[in-house]
Design a protein around this ligand. Structure first.
Ligand code: ATP
Ligand code: MG
Length: 361
């Protein structure tokens, strides 16, 4: 089960040279606004994915006035991982001292689930966020998915470039053929995953909140009664005009509705947080059940939007999963009360304070 034994952070946002030895169960990080709590979680995210969760621009990660930042982690079974970013050199990602081929290699070793204010995008954002959500699970559970997705993306780019040039069908044919192959595989793997995962998610959701009529429905990116080859053929004129491919797994979505309305349009903020919490927790738990591999949870500002009872419900679920979890908050007493009420023993959690980017135990 991946769990982080030690993290070393260097000139990453407001964290200068900091080290943390977390609990294998719950690690509580408390401090005032702007002290560096989210930056610690971001550093762990950087270690597990080679990028920030805040923005696509990675340079703000490097501490102002410095030229590079790095995060180094020791995991259980002696596994080491290191990621760095520099203004002068290409980014580096290492596993056991060897260069990692891609960020997916990091992700395989350190599966992460992040629950922060951005998680609401699962409900109110565009389909891309929900596709990434589905694909996190498919990537970790279904072998071969990553290869299909990587090759599909390359194929889509080439096909779109040709469509922009108004290319003839004969020129498109090799890419179309490959597109069809990968599209069918991606859809089949997403479907297989969701067929098992959605009932699992619904059971977890029942433990947090009752939302009458809530429905998760997978949309694969083209009509259910149409083969992808037919869908591409019938859209070809339109796609030439648009300069991109309309049908396909690049359009997939997981529609989350209550009756006829989108969940984000009718649920309260607290209800939305419970829903996205269940979605995040369930994915990690499902991974553990399917593959025996635990994921590490990063929960930024658990108390936000939730009343005491619901904070404890979420925390109790986390406790039950037995995964390593990092929780941040501004009020130490309140956070400690929540984890204790949720069944974490004093041996199972560690409390750290952050002040102006300095971590103390
Ligand atoms: N590249 C950087 N170099 C130095 N400091 C930075 C950099 N990027 C951000 N900061 C600062 O780091 C500090 C810590 O930010 P962080 O988001 O981690 O705080 P926080 O403890 O999570 O606060 P909150 O409780 O408001 O969420 C902020 O003051 C921020 O302005
Ligand atoms: Mg924060």
């Amino acid at each position: 089960m991946p769990s982080i034994r030690k993290i070393q952070i260097s000139t990453f946002r407001n964290l200068d040279q900091e080290q943390l030895e977390p609990s294998t169960a719950a690690t509580l990080i408390v401090g005032e606004n702007g002290s560096g709590k989210s930056s610690i979680l971001e550093a762990i995210h950087f270690l597990g994915l080679g990028r920030s969760f805040r923005n696509t621009q990675q340079t703000p990660l490097i501490q102002h006035g410095k030229r590079a930042c790095s995060v180094f982690g020791e995991l259980d079974k002696g596994l080491t991982m290191g990621v760095s970013r520099s203004l002068d050199e290409p980014p580096q990602m290492r596993v056991q001292g060897d260069r990692a081929a891609s960020s997916s290699e990091l992700a395989r070793h350190l599966p992460l689930q992040l629950l922060n204010a951005e998680a609401f995008r699962l409900l109110e954002g565009g389909p891309k966020t929900r596709r990434q959500y589905i694909d996190w699970g498919v990537f970790h559970v279904e072998h071969g998915f990553h290869g299909h997705w990587r090759d599909f993306k390359r194929c889509l780019q080439n096909r779109n470039a040709l469509l922009k040039q108004k290319a003839k069908s004969a020129e498109l044919a090799p890419w179309t053929q490959e597109f069809v192959l990968h599209a069918r595989a991606i859809d089949a793997q997403r479907k297989a995953y969701l067929d098992l995962f959605i009932p699992y998610l619904e059971r977890m959701l029942d433990q947090l909140i009752s939302l009458e009529g809530l429905e998760f429905r997978y949309y694969r990116g083209w009509a259910e009664d149409e083969d992808i080859a037919e869908a591409l053929a019938s859209n070809i004129e339109r796609d030439r005009m648009l300069g991109h491919t309309s049908p396909g797994p690049q359009r997939a979505d997981l529609k989350i509705r209550i009756g006829k309305q989108y969940a984000s349009d009718i649920l309260s903020r607290g209800q939305q947080k419970l829903l996205v919490s269940a979605m995040k927790l369930a994915q990690g738990a499902f991974l553990a059940e399917e593959s025996g591999r635990q994921c590490v949870y990063l929960i930024d500002d658990l108390p936000a939007e939730l009343d005491r009872e619901n904070r404890e419900k979420v925390c109790r679920l986390l406790q039950g999963l037995g995964s390593q979890v990092f929780l941040t908050g501004t009020d130490a007493e309140e956070l400690v009360k929540t984890v204790e009420a949720s069944g974490f023993t004093t041996k199972e959690y560690k409390l750290f304070h952050v002040k102006h980017g300095r971590i103390s135990g």
